[in-house]
Design a protein around this ligand. Sequence first.
Ligand code: DQA
Length: 144
Amino acid sequence: HSLLILNGPNLNLLGLRQPEVYGRTTLADVEAMCHAHAETLGVALDFAQSNHEGAMIDAIHAARGTKDGIILNAGAYTHTSVALMDAISSAEVPTIELHLSNVHAREEFRHVSYIAKVALGVICGFGPRGYTLAMDALVSHLDR
Ligand code: DQA
């Protein structure tokens, strides 16, 4: 299988940004962890981050027909972006919505997700480990 892990706005500052919420692990650490896990699973992995909604949409479109699954941490766009939701529908690639934090235990505006409406499932609240949990879930879905 070939997977895309796509991270949205502000996640480039992971490890520095609000460490009391998101921890001290950097996105580079998460990326290294995901590549190591991809090797044990025997899957190909692209790992990307963008602060730009349009660039994220382009990345999701590029996954159409080329990737078997997407893990999407859309950051704050989760709660606002009909365009990202439509991109996932258009790509027709099974997508897991992911968050480091438990968005349901936070502010009300984080309880709304446009991504969840078109996602295979949602993983949140497990910090960086959520990335490898999502990889396992996606691979077991693809192998079902
Ligand atoms: C986040 C949760 C979002 O609400 C927030 O805007 C983020 C990070 C998470 O991984 O916990 O940027 O997606």
